[in-house]
Design a protein around this ligand. Structure first.
Ligand code: SF4
Length: 175
């Protein structure tokens, strides 16, 4: 619908989220079609990862019984397919190299297994594996950079990591 081509403006009163509100009849229920947030990669309603601007607008809307589509926003980032992206990042976090264990890396780089734990199957991006492979400082740098990528894409890294570890558990049970 093109809002410039509305017929005569007719206002309607109805109950929305427990409060009586007024709306232009022709636009009732259409705010998602016009709101930038619904095409934005930062928009994750009902989660702790939601865009802080969208979250503030939502809380204000609830408090004041408003519906306010975002028409313009400097922080907008076109949404990739977030489910596919999330899945790919989780697969990467859950990736366990078959060719080398932390013990191998501990041997190669001269670390003690005491420092890195005794697991033999640990994901490549885990602290244990990277610590053994690269040493503490570089391991921290790699993880910080990866975390930054996740956060720039709008994901909460600790949440993703938990989900990835859940994925490993499921894959282990299946095999
Ligand atoms: S960055 Fe802007 S468009 Fe994106 S979710 Fe936040 S408020 Fe909406």
């Amino acid at each position: 619908m093109d809002p410039r081509n509305l017929p005569m403006k007719v206002f309607e009163k109805y109950e929305h989220h427990g409060a009586e509100v007024f709306v232009m009849r022709e636009l009732k229920g259409l705010h998602q079609e016009f709101c930038l947030c619904y095409s934005c990669g930062k928009f994750r309603p009902d989660t702790s990862e939601n865009c802080p601007i969208a979250q503030r607008i939502y809380e204000l809307d609830v408090e004041l019984n408003l519906v306010t589509p975002v028409w313009e926003c400097g922080e907008f980032r076109i949404a990739p397919d977030t489910d596919e992206l999330r899945g790919a990042l989780k697969e990467l976090i859950a990736f366990i190299p078959e060719g080398a264990s932390p013990q191998d890396y501990a041997d190669i780089f001269g670390f003690s297994l005491e420092d890195i734990g005794e697991e033999t199957q640990v994901p490549f991006l885990s602290e244990s594996f990277l610590y053994a492979a690269l040493g503490k400082e570089d391991a921290r740098t790699v993880r910080a950079l990866f975390r930054q990528i996740c956060e720039k894409l709008g994901f909460d890294f600790p949440v993703l990591e938990l989900e990835a570890y859940q994925l490993i558990k499921e894959q282990t049970w299946e095999s």
